[in-house]
Design a protein around this ligand. Structure first.
Ligand code: ATP
Ligand code: MG
Length: 631
């Protein structure tokens, strides 16, 4: 079923049940300075959900254009887009949970009027309630037993005895998963109308054997959220009490693109009819094709077309700036794909032609849209050319300098930067290009390679860390009073990261490597390959082992070794050493953890204080994330 058919069926289904079809509001919110874009169908209707009378009545249905800038980094995964359309049906003090749940399941499963989806692949979450606070200030909300009851009744119509999960795992007949406030509760601010919601998910694989932690299955993209029904039934008062509203509302949101995924038997939004023409055009014209990069181009061009059609042009601030950023990111991806810039106007045409019947302003503004996009991409292209010129100039300068003949490792003077024996660009030069001329790191690496040189990445990182610490130390001097300096604190976290990896490999599995790490003065974050949630007991064991190693006051040794030797003594290699210079640094904490690393580190584990894990969660499929602090 094509996306336009889904749209039509949705509108008709609810029209037949007494809803008035209303048009999408603009992507640019009116009279709402608090947000740059319309992010949900609910947003333009807030005044009516708060009690104002809507001219079209108490039952409405629509398809709302949405832009979520917060999801830009997610674009390329199987379900997040910058621009998407949200279908919604609305009860303004009219029907409530019973009808909402009944119609939802009916629309999803009915073959004639609805989507005819396989009921066996549907899962729903409900609000699990909230206990009253210890102080008694908030009076709490019970679990949504009504929603559970109506879901059971409606699943039963299909012969399914739906069961409720007690611990967020699903298997067998479990269809209903109660979740807490973070996931299943809606409130606009601190006070006002609010309520729990029920979210509907579909198993995109559907071979009948879904089992495991529900949230993990969602994060891994196996089960995706397609519809969200909010039951606005309380008013939260300023003293923290939830009072029942006399006339509750229903507010639902169903992503058209995600619904197309499940209707077309695909596993990503990019494989649906909505993106097929865009992506096949990109693919057939790119000489360096890569899926994710192509998806970014398609998404960003599509979003830009819609944003411009609602009156925004690229600029230095607000919505115009978001548009500029989108187009600049699109441009970088266009370059990566080796896609000719002149072909982009054809992508714009594809988007306009596919949507002009639903959004007349795309048709009316075609020439403005093409012109603005071309102009902005052209501008970015010239900026990129400027970067190339800088690189060429600096490289020439460098070739004429004293570094022209690379030093050999044996000429290395202790305490000075390590100079490898192959043609290379030293980290200090790369850092200068980066910090003074804003040349992106990838660009420097690419350029160096095109000239047959390698970039001393390790040297670059060292230079980068040193400068970061210097500038932080400078700007935060005044806050220092007694506390360790920012740089010092970060150094401690660097060392704690090694202890954490060492401990995970001992407690969980010796195959664990680092998949990512991020350190600030206040905490560390560490990603590693592991397929499932780490139990509280195991986490405690990891924590204890680290604190034991801190108590042992082990010296942290730094060795500078040729790559081959480093490879031999490291207990773990999380990185591909071929990208680094010939001689690398290795940090050794007895035999507990020996790692290739640019540093810096503390001199002794005894300096770290007390190590504490504050969170363990999924980061992406097969990768877990630990957040920890030093107290
Ligand atoms: P997720 O957790 O997957 O990001 P969400 O909780 O942010 O989803 P809602 O705010 O409930 O989603 O939005 C309602 C519906 O809109 C979702 O069920 C989904 O179908 C769709 N949707 C949300 N964000 C996106 C997006 N970035 N791209 C495409 N569709 C989306
Ligand atoms: Mg989201």
């Amino acid at each position: 079923m094509l996306s336009n058919e889904i749209r039509q069926r949705y509108l008709k289904f609810f029209e037949k049940r007494g809803h008035t079809i209303i048009p999408s509001a603009s992507l640019i919110p009116e009279n709402d300075p608090s947000s740059l874009f319309t992010t949900a169908g609910m947003q333009p209707l807030v005044p009516y959900l708060l009690g104002a009378k809507h001219p079209a009545g108490t039952r409405l249905v629509d398809v709302q254009k949405c832009v979520r800038t917060g999801d830009i980094e997610e674009v390329g995964d199987n379900r997040h887009l910058t621009f998407f359309e949200m279908m919604g049906n609305w009860s303004l003090g009219d029907y409530f949970k019973k009808e909402s749940i009944e119609w939802s399941l009916e629309f999803l499963t009915d073959k004639n009027e609805g989507l005819g989806l396989d009921v066996n692949r549907l899962y729903v979450t409900v609000f699990k309630g909230e206990p009253s606070t210890d102080s008694g200030q908030e009076n709490g909300i019970p679990r949504d037993e009504d929603a559970i009851k109506y879901w059971k009744e409606n699943f039963k119509k299909h012969g399914i005895d739906a069961e409720v999960s007690s611990d967020e795992t699903i298997k067998d007949n479990i269809r209903i998963i109660p979740l807490g406030k973070e996931d299943n509760f809606w409130i606009a601010g601190q006070t006002g109308p609010c309520g729990g919601d029920t979210e509907i998910f579909y198993d995109v694989v559907g071979n009948g054997s879904v089992e495991g932690n529900f949230q993990d299955l969602v994060k891994a993209g196996r089960i995706i959220e397609i519809w969200n029904n909010v039951f606005m039934e309380f008013n939260k008062t300023s003293d923290g009490k939830y009072e029942k509203l006399p006339k509750p509302n229903v507010d639902t949101g169903m992503g058209l693109e995600r619904t197309s995924v499940v209707m077309q038997g695909k596993s990503t939004v990019f494989d649906t009819d909505i993106f097929s023409e865009l992506l096949s055009y990109i693919k057939s014209n790119s000489t360096n094709y890569e899926d994710k990069t192509a998806r970014i181009v398609a998404d960003h061009i599509r979003a830009s077309v819609f944003i411009i059609s609602d009156g925004v042009v690229p600029s230095k601030s607000e919505a115009g700036y978001v548009l500029r950023k989108l187009l600049r990111r699109a441009s970088d991806s266009i370059n990566k794909l080796n896609l000719n810039l002149r072909l982009i106007s054809h992508l714009v045409d594809i988007v306009i032609d596919a949507n002009k019947n639903n959004y007349r302003n795309l048709f009316d503004k075609r020439s403005i849209i093409v012109q603005e996009i071309e102009r902005e991409l052209e501008k970015k292209h010239n900026i990129d050319l400027g970067v190339d010129k800088i690189l060429e100039d600096k490289f020439d300068e460098f070739m004429q300098s004293e570094h022209r003949t690379p030093m050999r490792v044996r000429d290395h003077i202790p305490g000075k930067a390590v100079i490898p024996a192959q043609p290379f660009i030293p980290g200090s030069l790369a850092f200068k290009l980066y910090s003074t001329f804003a040349v992106p790191k990838d660009k420097i690496i690419q350029f160096a390679e095109s000239k047959g040189y390698v970039l001393d990445l390790q040297g670059f990182e060292e230079e980068f860390n040193r400068h970061k610490e210097l500038s932080r130390a400078g700007s935060e001097q005044k806050f220092k009073g007694g506390l360790a300096g920012t740089g010092e604190q970060e150094t401690k976290y660097h060392t704690a990261t090694h202890l954490l990896l060492g401990a995970l490999r001992k407690v969980l599995n010796a195959e664990i490597v680092q998949k990512g790490s991020n350190i600030t003065a206040d905490r560390m974050r560490f990603d590693f390959n592991w397929p499932e949630k780490v139990s509280a007991e195991k986490l405690k064991e990891v924590e204890n082992l680290i604190n034991q190693k801190i108590a042992e006051k082990i010296p942290v040794e730094m060795l500078e070794l040729p790559k081959e030797d480093a490879q031999k003594i490291c207990t773990v290699l999380s990185f591909d050493l071929s990208k680094y210079s010939d001689v690398v640094k290795v940090y050794k904490i007895s035999d507990f953890d020996v790692e290739f690393c640019g540093g810096p580190h503390v001199k002794n584990t005894g300096e770290l204080g007390h190590f504490k894990i504050i969170k363990e969660e999924a980061s992406s499929a097969g990768v877990r994330r630990i957040k920890a602090i030093l107290e």
